[in-house]
Design a protein around this ligand. Structure first.
Ligand SMILES: [Zn+2]
Length: 100
């Protein structure tokens, strides 16, 4: 993947630095341009009821052309500055690809 990348919002080739939290999740949508939606299932314990509750979270992340994660991929994401109205995260690497 030595493609040329001139995306300013790419953390490797642009001017975005990853800082803060790192998470991993599964790509559930790549409909937006250079954007992926990551879905995460979190199991949380609710102390009051002594039960496990499932929580689902969706995070919009930047998907630079040089990474180009596809739906179903497990990716590592990192927190960046705010990249757009809804994005403040970027895909850092594809941990487990499905389409390659
Ligand atoms: Zn890049």
């Amino acid at each position: 993947m030595a493609e040329e990348c001139n995306d300013k919002k790419c953390y490797r080739h642009g001017n975005v630095r990853v800082r803060g939290e790192r998470l991993s999740g599964k790509v559930v949508s790549t409909k937006g341009k250079n954007t992926a939606i990551i879905g995460r299932d979190i199991t949380k314990k609710i102390a009051k009821y002594q039960r496990w509750a499932k929580e689902r979270s969706r995070i919009a992340v930047h998907n630079p052309p040089c990474i180009n994660a596809a739906v179903g991929d497990i990716v590592l994401i990192g927190e960046t500055r705010k990249l757009s109205k809804t994005k403040a995260w970027t895909v850092m690497e594809v941990v487990q690809g499905t389409s390659k």
